[in-house]
Design a protein around this ligand. Sequence first.
Ligand SMILES: [Zn+2]
Length: 276
Amino acid sequence: MPELPEVETIKNELMPHIKGRKITGISLTWEGIVKKPSLEEFRRRLIGQQITGLRRRGKYLIFSLSSGQALIIHLKMTGSLLLNHASDEPTKHIRAVLHLDNGSEIRFRDPRKFGAMWLVKDVSGVVGKLGPEPLEADFTARVLVERLGKRKAPIKPLLLDQNFVAGIGNMYADEALYDAKIHPLRPASSLSREEITRLHKATQEILRAAIGNKGASVENYFRPGGELGTAHFQFRVAHGLGGKFCPRCGAPIERIVVRNRGTYFCPKCQPYLPGL
Ligand SMILES: [Zn+2]
């Protein structure tokens, strides 16, 4: 699933090609991709609009339009946005196409059809409840200590909770917990200040490095030009891609299921009871 680094890469790589372009049409081959408003209204309010900006919030892409409205896209499990020319070969699994006034088009590829689009006047209805952005200056270690302090939930599901912190998904949560040597099921309130500070640093470093590597091409993620990202080559545990043994201590990597998500960790480096 595309997470913060993948969505950030898409934003960075699409932006220079689409800013200032006018949307001249929209084709939908999977109408269920439009969540709001009605299809008729979606088309009417979208066509003719100029794209004035593109930003990311959590795992959402937000296209600002000249009308003051915003087109919001969530790629969910298997979505990608491909930038093509209208004359390019058709691509498989395309659910929606935004046609632009220079003959280029943004193709929403989504094999499993979980992706979603909204056209809204006020973005807060879709992204208003998201937690802080983990790479922004105001997300300090102290803020994380305060936010985790009273939570009894296990740490990994909290990291995945978009209302707790935005943008982190299964891959980068496993990598950050591995880096910080924290067991994924440790209750948040049991973490020491030192452990949380380590987790904060690990999270930021891992997300920044993954953006530098243009995201992780696990499953269906493509960059807008169709290229793959290479962040998954750096994985030590996530998705089982780091190999069978811990690169730090050599112990066998374990897989457990945490709230329906396959979770990889090193039982020796990330003990449930630290100090034992
Ligand atoms: Zn280890």
